[in-house]
Design a protein around this ligand. Sequence first.
Ligand SMILES: *Cc1c(COP(=O)(O)O)cnc(C)c1O
Length: 402
Amino acid sequence: MTNTIEALQAMPKEEAIACAEEVLLHTYNRYHIIFEKGEGMYLYDSEGRKYLDFCAGIAVFALGYKNEAFNTAVKNQVDNLVHTSNYYYNFPSIAAAQKLTRAAHMDRVFFTNSGTEAIEGAIKTARKYAFNKDGRTDHEIIAMNHSFHGRSMGALSVTGNPHYQEAFKPLIGGVKFAEYNNLESVKALVTDRTCAVILEPVQGEGGIYPATEEFLKGLRALCDEKDILLIFDEIQCGMGRTGEMFACQRYGVDPDVMTVAKALGCGLPVGAFLVKEKAASLVAGDHGSTYGGNPLVGAAANAVFDIFEEEDILSNVKETGAYLFEKLEAVKAAHPQITDHRGVGFMQGLEFAEPVGPLVAKCIENGLILISAGTNTIRFIPPLIAQKEHVDKMVEILESCI
Ligand SMILES: *Cc1c(COP(=O)(O)O)cnc(C)c1O
């Protein structure tokens, strides 16, 4: 059976969801909500219910829904040109590349369609860099336990979560896992074949664990000493989420390779990997993408950078993020079942003594969209425009549900 969109909209919700479950691959256990529109910090479902959003489509929609400047930029580009392939140049992607490389302190960028593809590019960059030095094809990568880098085979191979990996082996070879924030555990894995160390400056999916300054600085020194590429996955913690444009900038440590996605296109599918000049190992024929960096996503990313500046998004994250921190400290103090509070800016987590799935579901029933990170941690990753009043409202609903 097929339906028009209008016919689906006219159905009772559960009937439309049954249509979905008949044809979608069942890789998600979805909430029984169909969202139809958004405005600012709020989402509206098909039954007209309003939800305060502290998830932002998993750290994607940084600018808030229905941002007029963003929507106008995207609409204008749709009318001009959507896609041409990478055999030619296009103006929006040149502008986006300039702004992104400047913000990231990097020299060159390759646009991808997702985070996981950005990780693939970073892995290929590292292997090629090492290959250029010694011609060997047995190079190793050191990744972190409890990391998350995506679902494609390469990205999965550096994701330190055996549960995600098991059924899909064999993965790409030569990956070893160290303990996050433990420099000695990384040093112990380095060999003459190590080509890269990859990590998130703030671990996201793994439960909101920020790196220590000592760890990042220690890794930078280690990688410099051994000529190993340092890869920072800023896909979730980047693009202003911690109050700096990229989380590593809080520590003044630049990587050799950086991956970005999620908020980069604010909902349009665009990711990127960026390299310092010395790590620009991929050359013509080594890598490609049919869609990557097309004019439409270029216009979106370009607009995102402009709006970040115009609306001074970073200042808001610093100020309101500090307010969120205070409020969550108070929530933690009031509830003994909360065992930890971690994070910074608009990337914070509350860890509970038990799985948080039921609490998240209850908050959603009460008009607050939250998301977990790992099984026991609630993650707070709102659009970067959230104000104190939104934090207050969020805390009110959360406390009523605990
Ligand atoms: C989401 C995420 C990815 C994967 O991005 P996709 O766009 O889902 O492929 C990789 N790394 C981190 C840190 C992420 O949060």
